[in-house]
Write a protein that binds this ligand. Sequence first.
Ligand code: 2P0
Length: 340
Amino acid sequence: MRMNGSQTTSTAGGGASATAIAHPNIALVKYWGKRDERLILPVAGSMSMTLDSAATTTTVRLGGAADAFYLNGKRVDGKAAQRVSVFLELIRERAGSCECATVVSNNRAPTGAGLASSAAGFAALAVAGAAAYGLQLSREQLSALARRGSGSACRSVIDRFAVWHTGADDTSSYATQLSAPEMRMVVCQVNSAEKAVSSREAMLLTRDTSPFWGAWAGHTERVLSRMITACEADDFTALGEIAEAHALQLHALIMSAEPAIRYLEPVSFAIFDVIKQLRESGIECYATADAGPNVVVITRPRDTVVVSAKLAEFGAVHTAAPGRGAYLSDNHLTVPECHA
Ligand code: 2P0
């Protein structure tokens, strides 16, 4: 499939502009660790569900004397702006352009709280940026491009369920769609504060200090292959069991770094316990958690109400269904008033 940005690329008010919408994804087989830091090539494959909630909308408008980045109504400078500029540079190289751009982004998920805000952010930036600079890219190429911003972003380019293939090089490490059992995710946000150690730093520390690191990549590849088999068999039980076990293995690995990193809090463990009790009472659901204390529960659609009611005792809850991968939109954002 080729994406054609021309219908949604506007030139009103200056340079070409394009807007894209993307959603976070939650991994069922986790990504943790790179074999190439610059290219963001993972040590193992992973698998996720793209959510239909917590959208990021991003407009890229060409022009200006330097790149500028606005997030949720505020001008952003420093490291985060630099990361956006480095990413735009990749697009410019491919497009043979030296035009700077203004990036305006609105994000409905808490940034840096382990709810995959960078995945939605870079998926939207890849799709909007490619269109604004006039690149015609396939879905696989867009996924590989988004990966260069943040590894997990390559999965948010894909509709519903995605497998990120390790690949051999920059062009062959991207995500593709797979079908999976009908399910929902109930997100329980126990804490929306920005985490103390970013995933990127924590991955490096785990690689450099964990005594278990040597086992991780091979184990994750075997888990991914079991997960793909479970999905092909439409086996919700196997999917849930594999996902919960792999999430806890990820956190055990992270905790084995020196100094230890502990993303899960007592309340997170309490939720894992409650989910086990619900399962024992006949409601089939499974828990997972990313690089933060928030817990995401995998459930069948018919059980979302009872699971949500139980989780509401622990934090703010919302339910997500499988959602669309990053796509172009005509609703362009403008530079926030105070900065215009
Ligand atoms: C995942 N996480 O598979 C795992 C589970 C966090 C825990 O992908 O360094 O923000 O930008 O490639 O994509 C977080 O990693 O890291 C992540 P970089 P990213 O969703």
